[in-house]
Write a new protein. Structure first.
Length: 382
């Protein structure tokens, strides 16, 4: 099995790349349960080290990323029935690596052009969609580039429904759902007592994610300001990108101005890599995922659950498929309901304990071995 990730993406715990986290989880589970299917990942030689050890790296020297102007031109080419030449050139070196390999199952992560580029090869190509990929494709173009895909895998039923709506019916029948798993050994509960909050020992309410508008950190800031409780501490973990030393983005500056308008106890912790994240999450008493966009799956939700945290999350996208009944939901953008849900959990230690235990149990049942087993079922069906 050869995983082809976006050129320039890092197969390393030094980043927070969701795609690489999924590849690492699947490849690790495959090594434990299906050792006769060795795992490889095609990765730009210039990307971060150390790399995850779950898949052997097949390196290439990458081309320059596609510019915004080239992307617009590609969309026009695709709509007129021509190939997206700039994107094809960008993926070209990675595809050349695959073409030199013996016949394999190629998992093209977030790369709808790859089935077309490998259409005359002996490989079986599976498009693995972590996001909605076909918003700029006409149905005719989608049919053309994905005709060679043996299967299309989506990380949630919510995303699969959107994918089918973007495809002609004959290709929609190739769409399958393989939910994301979680490393329930790495993300595990802290060995601390569930307690009542106090100003001296405030409960820690945590947000983990990229500091972009879609993730809804500002909604949580508004909720924190409306509560203005000295017995709660709100910790925001993340940056716009994967560099904790990068200058603040405009959105990050807006968040800090919003914090200054209230009196809540709020701390910002810039991006932390995958190695440090489990320990940091164990310092939390509650996780909040206030997304305002339809998260395809929400890896952070599963990781909070595995840590044994009660999770309060937006009822949107694929989040309910991850959280199930083991958490609390609010509507996106509704900071007042979010504040009420946080207060309810903060004031009831036994409720937090029950929800955290249910979350941990559900996470253990949906680890990466579960996810790999579901992908293996799809592959057997080919």
């Amino acid at each position: 099995m050869v995983h082809l990730i976006t050129p320039g993406d890092h197969y390393s715990p030094l980043t927070g790349s969701a795609t690489s986290t999924v590849v690492n989880g699947l490849a690790g589970a495959a090594a434990r349960t299906t050792p006769n299917m060795p795992q490889f990942v095609v990765v730009d030689a210039a990307t971060y080290r150390p790399r995850y050890e779950t898949a052997d790296a097949l390196e290439f020297a990458g081309n320059a990323p596609v510019s915004r102007r080239e992307r617009v031109a590609d969309i026009a080419r695709g709509a007129s029935g021509r190939a997206r030449s700039a994107e094809a050139e960008y993926f070209g070196p990675a595809v050349e690596v695959v073409l030199r390999r013996p016949p394999s199952i190629v998992i093209a992560h977030n790369a709808p052009i790859v089935p077309w580029l490998l259409r005359e090869s002996p490989h079986r190509v599976v498009l693995y969609a972590h996001n909605r990929l076909l918003r700029t494709f006409t149905r005719a173009e989608a049919a053309r580039v994905l005709d060679g895909a043996a299967a299309i895998v989506c990380v949630s039923d919510s995303l699969a429904d959107r994918m089918r709506s973007d495809l002609p019916k004959r290709l929609g029948e190739r769409v399958h759902t393989v939910g994301n798993g979680v490393d329930a050994a790495q993300f595990r509960p802290a060995e601390t007592e569930i307690r009542a909050p106090s100003p001296e020992r405030p409960l820690r309410v945590m947000f983990v994610g990229r500091m972009v508008r879609e993730k809804g950190a500002d909604v949580l800031v508004k909720a924190a300001n409306s509560l203005a409780r000295s017995d709660l501490e709100f910790v925001f973990v993340g940056s716009e990108g994967f560099d904790r030393n990068a200058p603040l983005s405009r959105h990050e500056e807006q968040l800090r101005r919003l914090v200054a308008e209230g009196s809540a106890r709020i701390v910002f912790e810039p991006f932390v890599d995958r190695r440090a994240l489990p320990g940091l999450m164990r310092t939390a008493d509650m996780l909040v995922v206030p997304s305002r966009w339809p998260e395809p799956s929400g890896l952070t939700v599963g990781e909070g659950m595995a840590t044994g945290l009660p999770v309060v999350a937006s009822r949107i996208g694929g989040i309910p498929e991850v959280l199930g009944k083991a958490g609390r939901y609010v509507e996106p953008e509704d900071f007042r309901s979010l504040a009420a849900a946080i207060a309810r959990l903060a004031d009831d230690a036994s409720l937090r304990a029950r929800i955290g235990e249910a979350a941990r149990e559900r996470a253990v049942q949906h680890d990466w071995s579960w996810s790999w087993a579901n992908l293996s079922d799809v592959l057997r069906g080919l």
